[in-house]
Design a protein around this ligand. Sequence first.
Ligand code: 4AD
Ligand code: MG
Length: 431
Amino acid sequence: MRERYYIEEIGRHVDREVTLEGWLAGKRSSGKILFLQLRDGTGFIQCVASRADVGDETFAAADELSIESSLRVTGTVHADARAPSGYELSVAGIEIVHAADEYPISRKEHGTAFLMDNRHLWIRSSRQFAILRIRAAVIVAARRYFDSRGYTLVDTPILTPNAVEGTTTLFETKYFDESAYLTQSGQLYNEATAMALGKVYCFGPALRAEKSKTRRHLIEFWQIEPEIAYADLEDIMDIQEELVAELIRHVLETRAPELAILERDTEALAKAAPPFPRLSYTEAVKRLNEAGHAFEWGEDFGAEDETVLSKLFETPILVHRYPRMVKPFYMEDDPDDESVTLSVDMLAPEGYGEIVGGGQRAMDAERLERRMREEGMPVDEYQWYLDLRRFGSVPHGGFGMGIERFVTWVCGLPHIRETIAFPRMLSRLRP
Ligand code: 4AD
Ligand code: MG
């Protein structure tokens, strides 16, 4: 294979001549010298071209180029402490691969709707580049966390005959002569595979027809969901804590340039180290009330309540034992207090709120079936799920971490929509 050079690895080639293949991200000219901001998908670098070095013809052609024209730039790499990337390229030659039309996105402020309509182009900008690179790093680290600890990756189905997380957010689709639903979570299937393989995880899209228009909700989002046989609530909290700490560490270590582009306060992130406070829902309600925030025991936390609660701490917190009525049918009862469940959500600090949800699963077939009937669920459809409690039932549990929620916090973003390349939202299916 021919040798290729990338901006992120340019430090290996100081004082050598390289050819970079990329796009023009910005341009300044003094008449004699052209400053070209080149991006190649791994980073940004300033390329300095003098008329004397590249010749009149090339200089004039490059000077005319519109932003996002594609180029091959050949030049010598110099270390430059003042440059944001730490390096600069002294240009010897420029090959114009394609002179772009006038680019619709400029440095001036554009409205969100305009940017979202042009999402296919907007993702080229430095902030979006940084977010998508951090997202990818989070996914790599999350998978590595589980892969290196003996979990088996099992892919769960997208098309399912029944609900996991309630019937109000189901996407229905035709499945030949019957109806099917797009998956809301791989959890129920994970519970089956955990009984076959012990420790499993799935990583895939979750689809929910959420009618709420908030900064935290996507219609299509990605979840990483472990499920562990013989795990209890304490184990689940330990795993959540260790996973999130490792993800933060990995992003801080490997994505410093991207965090800098986003001007993320990395000290706040570094503070998010274990141990994470663990408080029961009941204690959390008390803390909210003490902070002067009206909230009644038995309600579910809304975005606003979570924001207030998570601003009281510098690290993520683990809120456990939510009331039965705010959690799904599959949650195990707390043997010490049957009004609450062995559930746990992790709330990110700085007001970001829920990033992880999970808990210990109901183990007894009869009790579980009774609850399903009480909730009006089509019990026949769930016989396979009840079988897991009829054949070698064990305490077990797991959780789901929403990748986009996590990335929103890590990147310090005001809205979840930028954390996925092509967000699906209540009023957005395009592009
Ligand atoms: O709390 P949720 O609904 O839990 C479940 O789906 C469980 N079945 C997971 C499990 O135990 N295996 O969702 C889990 C996480 C949330 O904490 C949140 O991070 C994310 O998924 N999430 C969303 N992210 C973006 N947009 C939405 N509409 C989301 N709904 C949930
Ligand atoms: Mg939840």
